[in-house]
Design a protein around this ligand. Structure first.
Ligand SMILES: Nc1ncnc2c1ncn2[C@@H]1O[C@H](COP(=O)(O)OP(=O)(O)OP(=O)(O)O)[C@@H](O)[C@H]1O
Ligand SMILES: [Mg+2]
Length: 363
């Protein structure tokens, strides 16, 4: 008896395993489910019939076969219906992905039904939403970049035409044209830097360096402009400041951008200060000014590319709106953070951190 039980169990197991392998080869979820239903009814029944036949030469097999056939049919029908509804959802998901691939960025999949499919639909929709947002941002970026490239080009064209028509002497516009060319090349440099940050090909040579020299060189570079604007430039650096792990030329660029902004937003007789302090494993550099400060919208958007507080996008105050986006990219590439806030007494404070050299070496 025990031997028979073992033989039946082993053969049921073997047939089950073989059938499972075959089932996995079936082409659709629907047929796999139907096959599974058939197998789950046929296998135990087959085992029962085999044992019954061996033990008792059972005479009532027709009834048992009828019950087996009926239950198998019910199981197959249920599996088919279930398979159909699952396949229909999968079909809708794949239709949505075909639409997305064909360029319809508004295509979304149903995010309902059995949990796994609902989760799949929801994550597909999240991905599609991100792709749509990314494309919108790219479109806007190109529109702004071409606007800012076109403005100096158009003004140079007007100047050239005036010279060509003999209305003015070339020397009259030489200086203005030089300014426009400088604006254009700065914009192209900034766009190039951002593209390199985006592509992740920014090669930063990080080393342990003191910040004092970087701060001093930035302040020296802006001394004349501060003087012309009647703005005081100050710095506060503690004596025992650790070195930082950074690419000094990039830190200089970041600090220069922040100081240029601060100067631009500070009225005459105001002051701009660089405050450096150790904060745990990091060194924090803040640029403070006595300007108008940062309002709610600016606080959340000023690090976006091409965003400028001046909605008219005129050149009365500032450039293309790329300075802070570049600063953010450079600071993050060196393992730091950057943020802006309004100081309690008014004025803006833009701060960034860099890892202290000892902390970076311990990582
Ligand atoms: N110190 C500050 N005080 C007040 N607003 C600021 C300050 N710094 C930046 N902003 C706001 O953030 C915006 C974005 O600054 P960002 O440096 O990115 O661009 P920009 O200075 O206008 O142009 P660019 O830096 O490309 O020459 C500015 O247009 C301004 O509205
Ligand atoms: Mg700027």
């Amino acid at each position: 008896m025990i031997e028979l039980g073992l033989v039946v169990a082993a053969s049921t197991l073997a047939v089950g395993l073989a059938a499972t392998l075959v089932l996995r080869l079936l082409p659709t979820v629907r047929t796999q489910l139907a096959g599974l239903a058939l197998l789950s009814v046929a296998l135990p029944l087959g085992a029962v019939l085999l044992s019954g036949w061996v033990m008792f030469h059972m005479g009532d097999d027709v009834k048992i076969l009828a019950v087996a056939a009926a239950s198998a049919t019910v199981a197959v029908v249920v599996a088919l219906v279930l398979g159909r509804s699952i396949a229909a959802r999968i079909d809708r998901l794949s239709a949505a992905s075909v639409e997305l691939a064909a360029g319809d960025l508004a295509a979304r999949a149903p995010a309902s039904g059995p949990r796994e499919l609902a989760e799949l639909g929801a994550s597909f929709n999240e991905m599609a939403g991100n792709v749509e947002r990314l494309f919108d941002a790219r479109r806007q970026l190109v529109a702004w970049a071409s606007h800012d490239l076109r403005t100096p080009l158009a003004s140079m064209q007007a100047m050239l035409e005036a010279v060509e028509d003999g209305l003015v002497e070339p020397e009259h516009y030489a200086r203005a044209m030089q300014d426009q060319v400088r604006t254009l090349s700065m914009l192209v440099d900034d766009l190039f830097e951002l593209a390199r940050i985006d592509a992740g090909v920014l090669t930063l040579e990080l080393r342990d360096a003191p910040l004092e020299g970087v701060v001093a060189s930035c302040l020296r570079g802006l001394e004349a402009e501060a003087h012309a604007r009647h703005v005081r430039l100050e710095s506060r650096i503690p004596a025992a400041l650790p070195n930082v792990r950074c690419a000094p030329d990039k830190v200089e660029r970041v600090l220069y951008n922040l100081l240029a902004n601060a100067l631009r937003h500070t009225p005459s007789d105001g002051s701009v200060g660089v405050i450096v302090a150790r904060d745990g494993d990091e060194v924090q550099v803040s640029v403070e000014d006595t300007g108008e400060g940062i309002d709610g919208e600016a606080e959340s958007r000023m690090f976006e590319r091409f965003w400028r507080g001046d909605p008219a996008r005129t050149r009365t105050k500032g450039g293309a709106g790329l300075g802070l986006a570049i600063a953010q990219g450079l600071v993050e590439a060196q393992g730091g953070r950057i943020w802006a806030e309004t100081r309690p007494g008014g004025g803006a404070r833009v701060s960034f951190t860099l890892p202290a050299a000892t902390a970076a070496a311990a990582v």
